[in-house]
Design a protein around this ligand. Structure first.
Ligand code: GLP
Length: 262
């Protein structure tokens, strides 16, 4: 695991890196894409790069990390709508290259299995981008999820529903109780993992990601099991991380720079 700390816009740093990687790959790359407030600047910069002709999504393959179960198709609160309004409707991505877990499937276990197979059929995820929940969840993998879990249905924690209620008119009762998430096992198979975090509210999760035991109680700590994972965060989110860890893990940029392996 490596850490990149920045006081400038981390969404811009991540978007610039993804643009570079898309262009280096000749346009064809497989991305794992998240939702959430932290990622808004990332998507805003991607569409700006696209509008300036600096990147094309024509050949890009995407797999979204998660989706609520129980919302009506097309609901404004669904992650599909989030992605349509912030990226997909605004760039030249082919609809057939966009993938979401099928939360409307009759057999969700099978749908999870098929999602993972689909990812594998594209050679796996090249760059997995994610946020982190205050309780350390990644995508919707809550505490206790085994690190080898496939894509699956989850019961959301009360704290997660509360945190996400801001997207549901601050009404926790409107937040679905269940969701479908890319599993920790699926995520850890990605070739590169980048987790973005900003603000004090994420500082405990980031502390647990970096220090102490690697534990399913803090899914984000699984990043330490991955050879090519990054935390890209601001000073507030990193405020509980020791300076010894910062010195050991700090990298100068995404995708490169000498840092001792954790
Ligand atoms: C939701 C999503 C996660 C995301 C988290 C943090 O729970 N399922 O994928 O990482 O929110 O979101 P935010 O950036 O809004 O804090």
């Amino acid at each position: 695991m490596k850490i990149i700390d920045s006081e400038s816009d981390i969404g811009l740093i991540a978007a610039s890196y993804v643009k570079l990687r898309i262009n280096q790959a000749g346009g064809r790359i497989v991305l794992g894409l998240p939702t959430g407030g932290t990622m808004e600047s990332f998507y805003a910069h991607l569409i700006e790069f696209y509008a300036k002709g600096e990147v094309s999504f024509k050949e890009v393959i995407t797999f979204n990390l998660d989706e609520y179960i129980g919302l009506e198709r097309g609901s404004a609160e669904s992650y599909r709508s989030y992605m349509n309004t912030r990226l997909f409707d605004l760039v030249d991505i082919e609809p057939a290259n966009i993938h979401f877990p099928d939360v409307y499937a009759a057999d969700l276990e099978k749908a999870g299995f098929e999602y993972d197979k689909k990812i594998e059929s594209f050679g796996g995820i090249d760059i997995f981008l994610g946020g982190v929940g205050r309780n350390g969840h990644i995508a919707f993998n809550e505490a206790g999820t085994p690190f080898d879990a496939p894509t699956h249905k989850v019961k959301l924690e009360e704290s997660t529903r509360k945190a996400n209620s801001r997207f549901f008119g601050n009404d926790i009762n409107a937040v679905p109780k269940y969701a479908f998430t890319m599993g920790m096992g699926t995520i850890l198979k990605s070739k590169e993992i980048i987790i973005l975090a900003t603000g004090e509210k994420k500082s405990e999760a980031i502390y647990r990601a970096v220090e102490g035991n690697i534990s399913t109680q803090w899914p984000v700590s699984a990043l330490r099991l991955h050879d090519n994972s990054y935390i890209l965060a601001d000073t507030k989110a990193l405020s509980q991380v020791s300076s010894a860890s910062m010195n050991r893990l700090r990298a100068c940029s995404l995708g490169s720079c000498g840092v001792k392996k954790d």
